[in-house]
Design a protein around this ligand. Structure first.
Ligand code: HEM
Length: 400
């Protein structure tokens, strides 16, 4: 590990790494990268990748060296129109993060948010049943609206905000965060989404100042953060708080449908839904890579890395590391997947992980299979996956 006695050597170069190929299916590239080494330079994205569980974990435990702010990675701030906690280091980050923690801890999730999660799931199962087995798309008709409505509630947004708008804002921000090629149309979409969300906040923030509630937005206000910081963190929460739980709902249905023996065990109650959730986050991680920048010259696994190095911590590759997860390429709901890095680790570890696990693992999936036990993938229509840094299913036709 870092500080090792080995003489520093040149970092291997993966000149074959092609982000377009990774968009189609990143896992073969991850495997080859891990075979190449724990630290690999990828010229196509001008980044040093950390590929193994040990290397990614070490970086996450040393935020004083691996900064979350980087002049080389400004797309998130451009997309969200401000600098959220995820692009700050401690202590500035901690001041913002500690504002939202109380309302996202397991107890608040259980006492404050679970009734909404339950209600939202039931409402959209009813809609799925109305659409029927010939036309239903689990992403469009269930995962996206459930994840959107949950986030509308968590943020304390007015009840007339439409799930399709929340979904569009989230999709636009995610596209912007990944807009490394500077596509002008993506920036236009981000600007429009920012303007729409800001119009809602213009009315909502004065109300929440007068009458605070349990929402994320209210908690950000209550600790006295400047308004632009509150707004930046609301935009941040919209970007990740809808897209990833949406992907987890479809990923789990897809994973269980393609492993019917395991689905039978889960539906027979032999495996806890919480374990299914964790194993699926490990096996098909919705966030494949997180960016960092090296503050100082650093030796890592015997390699010399210069201050200012543009780093990519490959969470999804670390989650397939055989040294930690035997038969890592196999989906196995009975394995203990805890210790996976699908939510990151360290100071920026996902603030919404309990909300996601409860909403998806305790409500969306169990109730979906309870109401529609014969849920299957529809073979007459195509399933579509998309993305590499943010990866998930964009169409999941189902039948029953
Ligand atoms: C299964 C679903 C989810 C996954 C896989 C996921 C994944 C992640 C990851 C990997 C990070 C760390 C990023 C980094 O260090 O660069 C993160 C951070 C974050 N997530 Fe999530 N997330 C999920 C759901 C949610 C939800 C539902 C919310 C909000 C309600 C949320 C809010 C946040 C926030 C605010 C941060 C920034 C934390 C900080 O900077 O301290 N996430 N998430």
């Amino acid at each position: 590990m870092p500080g090792t006695a080995l003489a520093a050597v040149e970092v291997p170069v993966a000149d074959w790494f092609d982000p377009r190929e990774a968009m189609r299916d990143p896992y073969p590239s991850y495997e080859r990268l891990r075979e190449t080494g724990p630290v690999v330079f990828a010229p196509a994205v001008q980044r040093y990748f950390l590929t193994t569980h040990a290397a990614v974990s070490w970086a996450e435990q040393h935020p004083e060296r691996f900064s979350s702010y980087s002049e080389q990675n400004l797309t998130m701030m451009r997309a969200l129109g401000g600098r959220p906690m995820l692009r700050k280091d401690d202590p500035a980050h901690a001041a913002e993060r500690s504002a939202i923690n109380p309302t996202l801890r397991p107890r608040a999730i259980k006492e404050v948010w679970s009734p909404s999660f339950e209600k939202n799931v039931d409402r959209w199962i009813a809609r799925l049943l109305e659409i029927g087995p010939a036309h239903a798309d689990l992403n469009r008709d269930f995962a996206a609206p459930v994840a959107s409505q949950n986030l509308i509630d968590l943020l304390g947004f007015p009840s007339d905000v439409h799930v399709d708008d929340m979904r569009r804002w989230s999709t636009d921000y995610i596209a912007g965060i990944g807009n490394l090629l500077d596509d002008a149309d993506i920036w236009r979409r981000c600007d429009r989404s920012q303007a729409e969300v800001n119009t809602i906040l213009d009315s909502l923030l004065p109300v929440l100042r007068r009458t605070p509630d349990g929402s994320i937005t209210s908690h950000l206000l209550q600790v006295g953060l400047p308004e632009e910081t509150v707004r930046a963190n609301v935009h941040l929460t919209i970007s990740g708080g809808m897209n990833e739980p949406q992907h987890m709902i479809t990923n789990i249905v897809w994973a269980l449908s393609t492993h019917p023996d395991q689905r039978a065990e889960v539906l027979a109650g032999e495996v806890a839904w919480g374990d299914v959730f964790e194993e699926t986050v490990r096996w098909q991680s919705p966030i494949g890579m997180i960016p960092r920048e090296l503050v100082d010259d650093t030796e890592l696994e015997g390699f010399s890395l210069p201050a200012g190095a543009n780093m990519g911590l490959l969470l999804a590759s670390a989650n397939r590391d055989e040294a930690v997860f035997p038969h890592a390429a196999h989906y196995d709901v009975r394995r203990r997947a805890r210790g996976h890095l699908g939510f990151g680790a360290g100071v920026h570890m996902c603030a919404g992980r309990w909300a996601a696990k409860t909403a998806v693992g305790e409500y969306a999936l169990p109730r979906l299979y309870e109401r529609i036990p014969g849920l299957e993938l529809a073979t007459d229509r195509d399933t579509r996956w998309d993305g590499w840094v943010f990866r998930g299913i964009t169409a999941l036709p189902v039948t029953w």
